[in-house]
Design a protein around this ligand. Sequence first.
Ligand SMILES: C[S@@+](CC[C@H](N)C(=O)[O-])C[C@H]1O[C@@H](n2cnc3c(N)ncnc32)[C@H](O)[C@@H]1O
Length: 186
Amino acid sequence: MSGIDPRKHRYYSQAGLDQLAEVMDAERPAPRCVVEIGSGVGDSARTLARHAGTDSVTWSIDPYRFGRGDAFLAEFYRRTSPHEQVRKVVQVRMGSAEAAARWPRMCGELIDVLHIDGDHASKAVNDDITLWHPHVKTGGLYVGHDWDTAHDGVRRAVTRAVENGWLESLRTWPCAGVWAARRADR
Ligand SMILES: C[S@@+](CC[C@H](N)C(=O)[O-])C[C@H]1O[C@@H](n2cnc3c(N)ncnc32)[C@H](O)[C@@H]1O
């Protein structure tokens, strides 16, 4: 991480952000409660917030534990600032599992959209899906990044979640690296 300039860095391609925007725009009614795991430099949070409902809040979870975490967090705030015409974004500097456990006291609303782009290891993605599952409304949208050959853990965890009945109606856009599914009534 230390050799990367956070001001120039992008995790998401423009094709990925366009696909994320399209998936958000198709949601009816427009999402009000959006949570993302993995704030990074703020590109996905900015897109989610811009394409959520006018009265929405986007909660963006990331502990920024790595070496230059503070610099990446500063870039997150720059890309999601109100000057960028972004609706309300709240950054929570915490890991996904801890935030999921605290969600009932932190907000408590049922989540319309859960965006997963944190730790990409299969077990971590599986934990993101299952630990947040009680807080996502039935039929709510799960959407995530890095559905590609370089991130086998993402594909394995999401596919298993469908097989095990946590998720349904899986759609994938490998060229954009985006996947989306619905919370099943498990
Ligand atoms: C690929 S980047 C996210 C990119 C971001 N979505 C964007 O558009 O800039 C992955 C991020 O996940 C974060 N992360 C790693 N483990 C995490 C965890 N357990 N909970 C939440 N975030 C985590 C990392 O700190 C890193 O910033």
